[in-house]
Write a protein that binds this ligand. Structure first.
Ligand code: NAI
Ligand code: MG
Length: 386
């Protein structure tokens, strides 16, 4: 079995940090501005370096993640990312400035590219029901999702029109393919789900390491190995092997469909979840909604040398410029960043301040039924930083 040295969350503290600051589009700008208020209150010693990312750079340069931003990311300790806007292929092409039109430029999601370029293989999504949050589905939910971030159906190996060579090969090698073989090449599409032993092992090991470090009781592997036998079978079998190295942690497995029901019925039965990319994407949204929705859902994209921390939500164009969305998701993402950098005390201060603010219930953004602004929420949290 593949083994590698894991320096997951084992960073050493520094006197000063370089942080790439990537606001992006729409409310991304507002939630990052709010988060800065909290980081400044902590006296976190960092140089924040702005990085260009998002729709404007697609439109005017044909690249939503310009090379200068990639170079910036190569030189920093971590990054805070707001959100980007993306649009379907046709709209993307139409909005390019005239001099870039018709050049065959193809829009690529900058967040997916960051994950691939820097091998940010862990997508870490903690979901916790803070006491006093009127949006909690049930009390005491505290689930941490580990989503594999670079493979699976997000591998990018896709065909809209099937090359004849591929069709011939599939016909030769796969019995079930026979039912598609009579179709024209443009009458079907193929997206490849590619899962490797290395990719599966490192995300599952990261989940167990996290469980060990944070004294959590159980790791549940999510799959659909009874139907998607090759890839999910590989994921599950790899998981069983990794689990043997952690006898002190309970190992559990669940089908992706079944767990959506169980999560709603008994969320308190779950602790750490680990899943291939697509299932992890879906399940983490379900978990987020149980603890207040997108205003509370934070996310870390973590590799060996770089962590990019962000709220799970997008640029929410309908609220852009209004300073009304909830910055807690992004403030909790900053907490995750501090944790990853080894600044545990500062991370804990954010955690306590967020918990206190939610418990008090005096300041609430619209999603929580309140009227306070994005920046008022951040200022309230900053006030509770001790
Ligand atoms: P979205 O996440 O931007 O917003 C959906 C809805 O969720 C909002 O209209 C709002 O009602 C609520 N919401 C989002 N963030 C909130 C917050 N902080 N506080 C309170 N409520 C909040 O998703 P949508 O509208 O589907 O996509 C908008 C754009 O964002 C699209 O261009 C999409 O491609 C992009 N996107 C970018 C992501 C990223 O940057 N990682 C992730 C998801 C979408
Ligand atoms: Mg998603």
């Amino acid at each position: 079995m593949f083994h590698f040295t894991l320096n997951f969350m084992a960073n050493t503290m520094k006197n000063s940090y370089k942080i790439a600051w990537l606001p992006g589009d729409g409310i991304g700008v507002e939630v990052l501005e709010a988060t800065k208020i909290v980081l400044d209150k902590l006296n976190f010693n960092a140089e924040y370096i702005h990085g260009d990312i998002g729709w404007e750079f697609w439109r005017t340069e044909g690249d939503a993640l310009p090379v200068r931003t990639i170079e910036l990311l190569q030189s920093v300790d971590a990054a805070m990312f707001g959100a980007i806007t993306s649009k379907p292929v046709k709209a993307a092409e139409e909005e390019l400035i005239p001099s870039l039109q018709g050049k065959g430029l193809v829009y690529r999601s900058p967040i997916v590219r960051m994950r691939q370029l820097f091998d940010l293989y862990i997508c870490l999504r903690p979901t916790k029901a803070y006491k006093g949050n009127p949006l909690n589905y049930k009390d005491d939910i505290d689930i941490v999702v580990f989503r594999e971030n670079t493979e699976d159906l997000y591998s990018g190996v896709e065909f809209n029109t099937i090359p004849q060579e591929l069709a011939n090969t599939l016909k030769k090698l796969s019995k079930p393919f026979e039912k598609f073989a009579s179709l024209n090449n443009d009458e079907y599409a193929i997206s490849c789900k590619i899962n490797t032993i290395k990719g599966s092992e490192r995300i599952i090991r990261a989940a167990f390491e996290y469980a060990k470090k944070h004294k959590r009781r159980k790791v549940t592997i999510i799959h659909k190995a009874n139907v998607v036998r090759a890839t999910d079978g590989l994921f599950l079998e790899t998981g069983k092997k990794v689990a043997q190295d952690y006898p002190e942690i309970q190992f559990d497995e669940a089908n992706v469909d079944a767990i959506t029901m169980w999560l709603l019925k008994n969320p308190n039965n779950y602790d750490i979840l680990v899943a291939p990319n697509l299932y992890g994407d879906i399940i983490s949204d379900l978990c987020a909604q149980m603890v207040g929705g997108l205003g509370f859902a934070c996310s870390g994209n973590i590799g060996v040398n770089l962590g990019v921390f962000e709220p799970t939500h997008g640029s929410a164009p309908k609220y852009a410029g209004q300073y009304k969305v909830n910055p807690i998701a992004t403030i909790l993402a900053a907490k995750m960043m501090l944790e990853w950098l080894g600044e545990i005390e500062m991370a804990q201060k954010i955690e306590n301040a967020v918990a206190k603010t939610i418990m008090d219930g005096k300041v609430r953004t619209y999603d929580m039924g309140g009227k306070n602004s994005t920046l008022e929420m951040a200022e309230e949290i900053a006030q509770h930083i001790e």
